[in-house]
Structure formats: C-alpha cells, structure tokens
Write a protein that binds this ligand. Structure first.
Ligand SMILES: Cc1cc2nc3c(=O)[nH]c(=O)nc-3n(C[C@H](O)[C@H](O)[C@H](O)COP(=O)(O)O)c2cc1C
Length: 215
C-alpha cells in the first residue's frame, strides 16, 4: 500500500510534490533520473589532505569551453566537505571510475572526518595534477582537472551546484579510438539508488533521425 498522496485518472499516478515528505521527494526524483553517471571528486582539505567522494548529481553543461556540474547536498545543514573545499580553493578533479574501482568508490562515500584522507584510508595511489592542486586517482581510467566557474545555491536547503571548467582531460590511452572514448573499454559505472549501481548493458545504435511528413 502506497504511503504517497496520489490523485489523477486511472492509468497514471499524479503526485503533487508539496504533499510529499523530503525523503519521498528525494526518492521519486533520484528513482526517475537514472542511471546517473558518477563524479568521483578529489579536493584538498584546509589541512592539505586529499578528500575523495562520489557524487551522482553530475553532468556536463557546456562544450565550449568544456564545463561539468556537480551538486552537493547537506546533512543537518552541513554542506559536503567536497563542496566546502571547492568553494574555498576553487579547484577539483572529477575522476571517472570503472567497474574495478566500484568498491573503493562506494567505500569513499563513508563519513570520514576532514583531517582523514579517503585516498589514504582506502590505499588509493594518487597522481599529481597538471594545473590544479588536488591530485587525481592514479588508477582511474580518466580524470578531469577543473577550476570552479560558478557556484549556485538551490532550494530551501541551499544545495550547491558547482560548475567547473575542464582545464585538462586525462585519459588512459587505450580508451581513445579515433579521438573518441570507447565506452566499452571505459567500462563505466552508474548509480541507481542508495548502494545500488548499474553497469553498461547492451548498446543500440539507430540510423539518423529524419523529419517525417504529416499527411
Ligand atoms: C554513488 C554515490 C553517489 C552520491 N552522490 C551524491 C550527490 O550527488 N550529492 C551529494 O551531496 N552526496 C552524494 N553522495 C553522498 C556523498 O558521497 C557522501 O555524503 C560523502 O561522505 C561526502 O563526502 P565529503 O563530505 O567528504 O564531501 C553519494 C554517495 C554515493 C555512494
């Protein structure tokens, strides 16, 4: 039996978000925006420790120049350390994990104190970035060095969306085929909900879409 306050004609359930609890709103939204890519973000804490955490509110927003967006929530009013580090330093690295790194990516979401480095705790080697201070995860198949372009607070809880300009791409050489990324070789992971993830399934390539004449 649904606990949601539902209305509308049979055949489609209509839900007014204002009738939902915060948790219900979150679960409906994240259950429909699926599967989500995951930004595995490295930043530096005030004390210079490497902070590493996954964020699935992640997409790209511009190609000229290249820019990506990551959104940070709060727990009991406190913004994610990653978000605080980016607001303070203006720099971050988005690492892209493959299947082999999923366990470490997931474990890095635990609530470590700011003075402890997730990279150290999980024994993940890092590699120096070229133009930003936070390092990248050495074993990640790809990484984007980013400089903060814009930080926008949203909603009653002041979730922060942060847009970074990509200053460097790092790509494992075998992933590049005719200057494009081989998705199969990248072997990416996506987030479904909570601790549930998805891997790349069957892929379909359709012919170019054509405008159809209406009689
Ligand atoms: C796969 C995955 C995706 C996540 N995506 C987000 C997200 O998009 N935004 C967010 O605020 N927290 C997200 N989280 C939770 C953070 O990773 C978690 O709160 C982490 O401890 C934050 O670390 P930090 O405080 O060091 O930044 C996600 C967790 C997992 C496991």
């Amino acid at each position: 039996m649904s606990k949601l306050h539902i209305s509308g004609p049979p055949g489609m359930t209509e839900i007014d978000p204002s009738t939902l609890t915060r948790d219900q709103r979150y679960k409906l939204l994240t259950g429909l925006v699926v599967p989500r890519p995951i930004a595995w973000v490295s930043t530096l804490s005030l004390g210079g420790k490497v902070n590493l955490a996954p964020f699935s509110a992640f997409t790209f927003v511009s190609q000229e120049p290249p820019m990506v967006l990551v959104s940070f929530g709060r727990t009991a009013g406190v913004l994610r350390q990653t978000g605080e580090n980016i607001l303070r330093s203006g720099e971050f690295v988005v690492n892209i994990a493959d299947q082999s790194l999923l366990g470490s990516l997931h474990d890095s979401s635990a609530n470590y104190p700011p003075e402890e480095s997730e990279a150290d705790a999980l024994e993940l080697a890092t590699a120096q970035s070229s133009v930003v201070a936070p390092p990248r995860v050495a074993s990640a198949p790809a990484a984007l060095e980013c400089r903060l372009h814009l930080a926008i607070p949203f909603g009653r809880e002041q979730n922060y969306s942060m847009i970074g300009e990509v200053l460097r791409y790092h790509v494992r050489p075998d992933l590049l085929v005719n200057d494009k990324i081989s998705t199969r070789k990248l072997d990416p992971v996506g987030r479904i909900a909570g601790p549930t993830y998805a891997q790349l399934g069957e892929m379909m390539t359709l012919p170019p879409a054509m405008v159809r004449q209406v009689d």
